[in-house]
Design a protein around this ligand. Sequence first.
Ligand code: ZN
Length: 343
Amino acid sequence: MKENHMHYPHASMTRLYLPRRVGGKGLLNLADLCRGQEAGLRDYFLKKDLPIHQAAVRANKGYIPLFLSEEDHRFEKTTLQSRLDEWSVKSLHGRFHAVLHKDNIDVEASTTWLREGTLFPEMEGFILAIQDQVVATNNYWKYILKENISDKCHFCGTITECIQHIVDGCPVLSYSKYLHRHNNVTKIIHQQLAKDNGFLREESPHFKYQPAWILKKDGVKIYWDEPIATDHTVTHNQPDILVLDQKNKRADIIDMAVPNNKNVSKTEKIWKYQDFAIDLKHVYQLESVRVLPVVISANGLVLKVLHRSFEHLRLPKKLISQCQKATLLATACIVQKTLGMAG
Ligand SMILES: [Zn+2]
């Protein structure tokens, strides 16, 4: 797997054998299977007491690896929990395990991309390496591989270049690379809303889809990244998407975010549009205005809060996996291009 770039050097070996639903690659572990078979056969001989079984126990002196005549037959089965524990205690790989199991993260939705398994194996391996934080950044070279180099970022030159920095934290990359990824994911949501509201008949791949700045029909307007004037001047009046339904007197402000692991639980973005929501309600005399956060972390973690937003917008569940895949592919592309690696 390493030779064919499906498993990165120093990536988690434990994750190879964990089921995909908990964040692993779901391979069978041959050593475990073999030990299990041996334990089953041993039990069979030791628990039956016909003379032939007893004779076999006495005669077995290591011809086959059952070691029936030996006293100690302890066999510890590797369980799912023991593998999860093994993953969680690793100082580097365990960091992703820790954020995956935060209260606000939906583990099942976060592992959708692994369960669906539609990415190329090389890409899958590369994304797992990003999650495992074993991609060769300057920080990795200096502190993990002990090379005598500067750990500062190639691009901004001021901040430590760790994988989270490249994925979401670099000021030099933010206006081009991160914005492009953010817009790609927002386009998926916009296209679905446009379809659901009767603005579109045909779907195009999200990366080719160019949202109109405004779509309007039958009292419903959908704005894309457009500043909206209200009575007061508010700092944030340009939501990613605004669905203004004047017929039903309501509006939905969609706030997309693709943060890194560290910022995944920060909620300040959710409050960013509160003043705008109040103004909007007043200006258009609406009955309800909701701010709906849609948050998928740069390495694919899905926040539980996303489900509420999706349910409110009546978006199909399959869109979560599309958004997640678009995020992960964009992140992989950022890492490959910036660090000049083949994935
Ligand atoms: Zn930087």
